[in-house]
Design a protein around this ligand. Sequence first.
Ligand code: ZN
Length: 343
Amino acid sequence: MTEQLFKQAKDKLQEIKDYLVANNAELEQFRIAFLGTKNTIRPLFSEIRNIDNARKKEYGQLVNELKQTAEERFEQLKGGLTSAATEHVEKPDLTRSVNANNIGTRHPLSLVQEQICDIFKRIGFTISEGPQIENDFHNFTALNFPPHHPARDMQDTFFISESEIALRTHTSSVQIRVMENSEPPFRTISPGRVFRNETISARAHCQFHQVEGLYVDKNVSLADLKQTLFFFANEMFGQGTKIRLRPSYFPFTEISAEMDISCFVCDQKGCNICKKTGWVEILGCGMVDPNVLNNCGIDSEKYTGFAFGMGVERIAMLKYKVNDIRLFFENDVRFLQQFASVV
Ligand SMILES: [Zn+2]
């Protein structure tokens, strides 16, 4: 009996020494088991009457040691929990990814559009914006597209009400609003989204972006247009870029031209981008048709102007060698992330 009680007390001592806790709830369980009012050490004290007289003193010391050890162990475990909590706050988690916060990238169309606007702002152009849903007058009639004129077929769009309200086909509609509401002289560019009823393919989309420019003043000439666009081409595509104008047709300009730049990829030696010609088409331009000025209440005998317009997607495709226009609108992060380093 004596030996059995000694063993029981020693086992309990070992149990206390080996006890581990992971949190405050487990610490509380320890406290209840060994230090509480109904703790498991207390019954061992009353067992002293069953111990042989010769060993009563030894047993008493053992049970006292049990109580003392339980108190010490409790303080140890409590301290361990506190320092573990402190460690968690102070020590960085070295297993975490260094790129926990992904910073987004700017869209290539925004990059190109802003670059174009910045160049023209430096030579005195203001920025004008207007509605994407336009009426017939601002999108067609004022721009010298009379009703039923075949030129309207070049810019088929999405009509919202019968032939009156439509999604704008170009940002020239913004230029009409500028001319209606202000007196010359003005130099302004109109960036924005436009829409055409086109079959979606690698080369065409039903939505795209334009930057159109307009300069109206006394004595504005073709020489002014050419020099302005020459400046733009050199700023946008690098110094030494050559330009050439080819005759073309637009209802709202007379004369009208397409502007090409010398191929910046092959330096005019001939490549796939320039289709071996050494020239790349960049924009359309011309002198504002006097009818357009008159439609907006500007005296075409007194004022002349030039206008130009370019597609932002086309320039972005050339600049970043993107071969499918649809990529700009899919917003696939694998595509967009490639522009992270572009500023
Ligand atoms: Zn080339």
